[in-house]
Ligand binder design. Structure first.
Ligand code: NAP
Length: 293
């Protein structure tokens, strides 16, 4: 069994990006500029945005944080998006999810200029990805693909079972794993909360991608010997022994699944760190106009 080290790979990716930016600046090019929109005071969102801004600093990107409290109206958020769309210095931006309930998430995402949609959530980017056209690929699935690639994990002809069909993780993951490329060329089964006999299906998986948001849901009896197990889940659970008062749990019962797997991502230290690195990668692509010429 080998642990897939998300910290190591995300640091590698960030270092590669840092070198690229350094080169660009030396050649008189533009410094990539990422903006983040944060609405409300969700603790996890605060942490995610802070780590994105910190990564920008480490790599040498410019970053801008636009904050509003939880009472911000949909119109106000749409206005912020319009300003960011028009701002020529901003190469890409993200709207940190979840948004307060009174704001229509789809409306907000569709208002983002697809050329600046470095989270890859806009329907145009999802559609282009599905067609195999150049597109911003949402950061978490992209990060998983990068881990598979850098650990040279064989995927062609394998059965990949994705658990969870969300538009930001499970669905794009299933599209990427079936495409005619490496990583990819899998036979993919996309499962969700209405799937019957989930265990029978996961037991057939050569590669399991768990993205359902239920801590330690995937147990050893659901996993075939030698399977590759990618744990996207990230749930805060109360843990009085921690200084912060909570611990991060994945969707996989790591201690019992790890000995059966050939490769496995830990939580924390796995996919989560790759998400930020992938967002930085998309921002560099945006600043170089590599997706939309
Ligand atoms: P989501 O939007 O809540 O979607 C969860 C999906 O799991 C849904 O499709 C749901 O099915 C399915 N599901 C729920 N219970 C199930 C069950 N018992 N059996 C099979 N499928 C079940 O969640 P998400 O945004 O995709 O996030 C999933 C997890 O990944 C969360 O823990 C989240 O925090 C984490 N995440 C991590 C990162 C990262 O950077 N590592 C990034 C994004 C998300 P239905 O469609 O039928 O409801």
């Amino acid at each position: 069994m080998q642990i897939i080290d998300g910290k190591l790979i995300s640091n590698q990716v960030k270092e590669e990006l840092r070198i690229e930016v350094e080169k660009t600046i030396k050649e008189g090019g533009k410094i990539p500029h990422l903006a983040a929109v944060l609405i409300g005071d969700n603790g996890a969102s605060e942490t995610y945005v802070a780590s994105k801004i910190k990564s920008c600093e480490q790599i040498g990107f410019k970053s801008t944080l636009v904050r509003r409290d939880a009472h911000a109206t949909e119109e106000e958020v749409l206005e912020i998006i319009n300003d960011l769309n028009m701002d020529e210095d901003i190469d890409g931006f993200i709207v940190q999810l979840p948004l307060p309930d009174h704001i229509d998430v789809d409306k907000i995402i569709e208002a983002i200029d697809p050329k600046k949609d470095v989270d890859g959530f806009h329907p145009i980017n999802i559609g282009r990805m599905a067609k195999g056209l150049p597109a911003y690929i949402s950061a978490t699935p992209y990060g998983v693909m990068e881990l598979l690639k850098r650990y040279e994990i064989p995927t062609a002809g394998k059965h990949c079972v994705v658990v969870g069909r969300s538009q930001i993780v499970g669905l794009p993951m299933s599209i990427l794993m079936q495409r005619n490329a490496y990583p990819g060329n899998c036979t993919v089964t996309l499962t969700h909360s209405r799937t019957q006999n989930l265990k029978e299906i996961t037991l057939q998986a050569d590669i399991i991608v768990a993205a359902l948001g239920r801590p330690e849901f995937i147990t050893a009896d659901m996993v075939k010997e030698g399977a590759v197990v990618i744990d996207v889940g990230l749930t805060r659970v109360v843990d009085a022994s921690k200084k912060s008062g909570f611990a991060l749990k994945g969707d996989v019962k790591f201690d019992e699944v790890a000995p059966k797997s050939s490769f496995i991502t830990p939580v924390p230290g796995g996919v989560g760190l790759m998400t930020v690195a992938s967002l930085m990668h998309n921002t560099l692509l945006a600043s170089r106009k590599e997706i939309y010429k």
